[in-house]
Design a protein around this ligand. Structure first.
Ligand SMILES: Cc1cc2nc3c(=O)[nH]c(=O)nc-3n(C[C@H](O)[C@H](O)[C@H](O)COP(=O)(O)OP(=O)(O)OC[C@H]3O[C@@H](n4cnc5c(N)ncnc54)[C@H](O)[C@@H]3O)c2cc1C
Length: 420
């Protein structure tokens, strides 16, 4: 190891960023991990379980948190973003802005304090299907395990209330953003993805009909920490849905929306079908698809469900979803491409399997890092010293994201050692 080597800056603390961080730090390199949210873990933390093993995200996450905590070479900044990077490979300068959390961490806070506030904000972790108090723990497994105060929405009454109910140095309402200037030798970009906005899908009732939800929302509905404490129910009447439709490629492989395949949506829906079948033994499920894309050993995930008499697969693109105003049921117009029939089928609930959109980077790089037509960064070696991983690079699953990260950690280390 080069004793003079500079640190590695990793932007994005999802599974890809975390993996690169622990891999590089555990072979002796200094890492600065910058995450814009108040917690590490990214989108995987919002899953109920993840394929192929169907374990809860907490399994792998707990191990990673232990590795981070035990390793003094990793510095984590949450609520942080990179404002600027300048310099050249092996010798970059970066400005990292850390937003105030307003919670000092000196004394423990718990929900009994938060519950006394009136100001509320949408719970982003649960895709705004419910609100949280302005003082909130982002989720049960949040790391760092610290509350955050949304100072901007706090009413004057709540400001006074907090002053009375919290020990004096628990909350610092005057906490300011700070900017750090750091020197690093390599940069790994792991900024990940966001779900495609369903309100763009007018013909499928996205954002219009209460019982049309997206795949990521379903992950939160089934999660014990979700808005319904793990019950899959219709938002219109809190009733359990008896028959549910999945619309695959909702806005994907479509020039008007996302022209590409997001690679995981078929597997995600097959996982969701299993969730529903476990919770409601009698539920009937229909999956409308163009092609089912599962690869390698994952095909078994699909073939097993073909045996299930409560699950039907219909090859056909859903053209239109209408709502029955009195029942809030959904009527789907679909052309069955195998039989040639036009179907009009009625469902209690519809899940739109939407794809992944790159978060993109919102800072200038000193090096031209090309992006493809959709905003994904191209290739890990597209620029010396700056490497992209995981869903910042293309839509992919966790296993592919982590493989990228280990490879990028090695490339970042090689860059630090060039010129010895
Ligand atoms: C419905 C659905 C279900 C899925 N289920 C599974 C599954 O069961 N199994 C599986 O293997 N895969 C699954 N996936 C895919 C999985 O979510 C991705 O593989 C994984 O999230 C990729 O991790 P990542 O770290 O690249 O990105 P992310 O998880 O998006 O993490 C990126 C991190 O970067 C942060 N960030 C973004 N921009 C910035 C910035 N400018 N500065 C600092 N930080 C920033 C974000 O806040 C986030 O924490 C699913 C995907 C979908 C759509």
């Amino acid at each position: 190891m080069n004793a003079n080597a500079k640190s590695i800056l990793i932007i994005g603390g999802g599974i890809a960023g975390i993996t690169a961080a622990v891999d590089a730090a555990e072979v002796g390199y200094q890492v600065i991990l910058v995450e814009k949210e108040a917690y590490l873990g990214g989108r995987v933390m919002q899953m109920h379980r993840y394929f192929p093993k169907m374990c809860p995200p907490t399994c792998g996450f707990e191990i990673n948190v232990r590795r981070i905590k035990q390793n003094p070479r990793i510095t984590v900044h949450t609520l942080a973003s990179v404002e600027e990077i300048s310099g050249e490979p092996g010798n970059f300068k970066a400005k990292v802005k850390i937003d105030p959390r307003y919670v000092t961490g000196v004394h423990a806070i718990d929900d009994s304090i938060a519950e006394q506030l009136q100001s509320e904000r949408p719970n982003d972790f649960n895709y705004a299907m419910e609100n949280t108090k302005a003082l909130y723990l982002p989720h049960d497994m949040a790391y760092p395990p610290m509350y955050v105060l949304d100072r901007e929405i706090l009413s004057d009454t709540d400001v006074e209330r907090l002053k009375h109910i919290c020990p004096a140095d628990t909350i610092d309402m005057e906490m300011m953003a700070k900017t750090l200037e750091i020197e690093v030798g390599s940069v790994i970009i792991a900024t990940g993805w966001k779900p495609y906005d369903t309100t763009n899908l007018d013909s499928l009732g996205g954002g219009q009909f209460q019982n049309v939800i997206s795949n990521v929302m379903l992950e939160r509905l089934i999660a014990p920490g979700g808005p319904t404490q793990g019950k899959i129910v219709r938002s219109s009447d809190d009733q359990k849905p008896g028959n549910i439709a999945f619309v695959q490629c909702a806005g994907s492989r479509d020039e008007n929306h996302l022209a590409y395949c997001s690679a995981v949506c078929c597997m995600a829906s097959l996982k969701h079908v299993r969730y529903i079948r476990e919770q409601y033994e009698s539920a009937k499920i229909t999956v409308f698809y163009i092609d089912i894309r599962t690869i390698g050993r994952e095909e078994k995930f699909y073939y097993d469900l073909l045996e299930d008499e409560n699950v039907s697969f219909i090859k056909g693109k859903v053209a239109k979803i209408n709502e029955d105003a009195s029942t809030k049921n959904l009527i789907l117009d679909v052309e069955d491409t195998v039989s040639g029939e036009t179907l009009h089928q009625n469902f209690d609930m519809v899940v739109l399997a939407t794809g992944m959109v790159p978060n993109g980077i919102d800072f200038e790089l000193p090096i031209d890092l090309p992006v493809d037509d959709y905003g994904f960064l191209i290739g890990e070696a597209s620029a010396e010293g700056i490497y992209s991983v995981g869903c910042a690079k293309r839509p992919c699953d966790v296993s592919r994201s982590t493989k990228d990260s280990t490879a990028a950690a090695l490339k970042a280390i090689q860059q630090l050692n060039r010129g010895d």
